[in-house]
Design a binder for this molecule. Structure first.
Ligand SMILES: [Zn+2]
Length: 545
């Protein structure tokens, strides 16, 4: 027998939770190259793997876990948002507008000013969005784009002018230009109306976009996340993912779902698929960056999710379905027919029911579809019969407590307390045998490994504790971000638990997240995040490319 190669990294810890069923906590773990090579129940059991170049991390109080997956998030948006006016820090509109005014003071006139996207107006003292008139008070010399999430914008007058939007502009299909009682624009654009602005926005230079992704991916890694599944990558942003990987600036693994939100016709779907096929033909996929599939949405969100029963105080309103089911069947069928996977946003119970009809139809046409090809994103309000159908069809579901955390107040207004409390019935999903994986849905909710575990176990939100009966325990919550997440991504042969031969994606925590006081989890950050053997957090330990 030849001696094993010396380790590049050896961690000794109080506990290494491997998440391999039946395996007790280990005390040492060794990494060589991109992979885990050995584990030992004895802190010194791997000492013979120490060579002259081995980094030994002696952390006798620390706990090692797999790095987390965020199975539904928006890294590209986070990258754009990095350079925005940080309005997510404002607690009222005066502070919000002050930040914009401050940015305007050091921005050349005529240049666009945009905000970060990870905030909620219900968390401002006034509980509303700013208006065009208020934004005009901050500046009339710059076009201002206030953006919240992907589908809500408010513009100042200069920006409305550049976008060519006037009081006479009709609502585009699937979009809303909000108007006051007298029919005048308020400046707010919802859903597909945001495309009117997107097409006139100057595209930042590639270097600036790479810098944004570098910073945003490092931020994810700093919270203990090692892999993100980006559920809304505009096809024109595939280049920035490639460019960021090429300069070694991608701190986390990325699984990209190309946005199908603008694809309504078979030709438009084919156009997306042609771009994706070109990526595949060029062999661009590697362990770090993969094109995963296409994302569609069947209904709206907090204020437009499609419900079986009417909205609170709006007896005739049931939310919005964004697709004719027949057309969505055709679109999904086209995507899977070319060997790609599909994730579809469904938020309300009517949205989920309709989506399951669509998936059932596609599966009926294609009985040989590999498991995990079709995924429900969110499934916010999932009734018992719908859960049973999803499970029977073998459809995995991604859930996001951070989205509920930040959105609970807005959702209670629209749906009432009872339905809001029923969102994300994790306990039921798991007990009934669903393949479930967890994420954040940043920018709607904050990302972070442990803030999500904290939320799933406490059901705490900005509206207090909601639906505590749907909570899961900590070990289950961790598994939703690791073992189950890797399964949902189709990568459990490579990642998700800590075992020899698996990719070395791990996190080192100052306390044991499985047993520390639960509220510690809310702010808990790892001492180190390792992805494929590479330390990606803290950043200073990262090898410069
Ligand atoms: Zn999302």
């Amino acid at each position: 027998m030849t001696d094993p190669a010396p380790a590049d990294l050896l961690v000794r810890a109080a506990a290494v939770h491997t998440l391999v069923p039946g395996r007790p906590p280990q005390r040492a773990i060794a990494v060589t190259g991109a992979r885990i090579t050995a584990l030992s129940p004895d802190p010194h059991g791997l000492d013979d793997l120490i060579g002259p170049a081995t980094e030994v991390l002696d952390a006798p109080a620390a706990t090692v876990l797999p790095a987390f997956d965020d199975t539904h998030t928006h890294l590209i948006l986070a990258g754009h948002s990095v350079h925005g006016v940080p309005v997510h820090r404002a607690r009222d509109l005066a502070a919000f507008l002050g930040l914009i005014r401050e940015r305007a003071a050091r921005t050349p006139p005529g240049q666009w000013i945009h905000t970060t996207v990870n905030w909620q107006e219900v968390l401002l003292a006034e509980q509303r969005l700013p208006t065009t008139a208020e934004l005009d008070e901050a500046t009339v010399d710059h076009p201002v784009l206030v953006r919240r999430g992907a589908y809500n914008m408010v513009l100042n007058s200069a920006a409305l002018r550049l976008a060519g939007i006037t009081d006479d502009t009709p609502d585009p299909p699937g979009g809303l230009l909000e108007r006051d009682d007298r029919g005048r624009l308020t400046g707010r654009l919802v859903n597909k109306a945001v495309e009117l602005v997107e097409r006139v926005l100057p595209r930042p230079a590639l270097a600036e976009r790479v810098a944004g992704l570098r910073a945003a991916s490092a931020d994810y890694a700093a919270t203990g996340i090692g892999t993100v599944r980006d559920c809304l990558v505009p096809v024109e942003d595939l280049d920035v993912l490639l460019a960021t990987r090429a300069v070694g600036a991608l701190a986390v693994r990325v699984r990209a779902l190309v946005s199908g939100f603008a694809a309504r016709t078979p030709e438009q779907v084919d156009e997306l698929l042609d771009r994706m096929d070109a990526w595949r033909a060029a062999g661009e996929d590697d362990d770090l960056l993969r094109l995963w599939g296409v994302k569609f949405g069947i209904d709206g969100g907090f204020e437009a999710g499609a419900l079986e029963e009417p909205y609170q105080d709006r007896p005739c309103y049931h939310g919005r379905l964004l697709w004719e089911p027949k057309e969505l069947v055709a679109a999904v069928d086209r995507v899977v027919g070319r060997g790609w996977r599909v994730g579809v946003h469904a938020w309300g119970d009517r949205g989920l029911r309709t989506l399951l009809d669509v998936f059932e139809e596609v599966l009926g046409r294609r009985p040989d579809l590999p498991p995990g090809t079709l995924v429900v994103e969110h499934g916010g309000l999932a009734r018992a019969d719908q859960r049973a159908r999803a499970i029977a069809l073998g459809i995995p579901v991604t859930v996001q407590h951070p989205l509920l955390h930040d959105g609970a107040l807005a959702q209670q207004r629209a749906w009432g307390e009872e339905r809001t409390a029923g969102i994300f019935p994790l306990r039921e999903w798991l007990d009934e045998g669903a393949l479930l994986a967890a994420g954040s849905d940043f920018p709607v909710g904050p990302y972070g490994a442990m803030v999500s575990v904290w939320g799933m176990t406490t059901r705490r939100t900005t509206a207090g504790v909601v639906g505590p009966e749907h909570a899961v325990d900590r070990a289950e919550a961790v598994a939703l971000h690791t073992v189950h997440a890797a399964r949902l991504m189709g990568e459990s042969a490579e990642r998700g638990s800590l075992r020899p031969g698996a990719l070395a994606d791990l996190t080192v925590w100052p306390v044991d997240p499985l047993s520390c006081p639960v509220d510690v989890l809310c702010e808990l950050r790892p001492e180190r995040t390792v992805v494929g053997g590479r330390t990606v957090h803290p950043a200073q330990a990262q090898a410069q490319p």
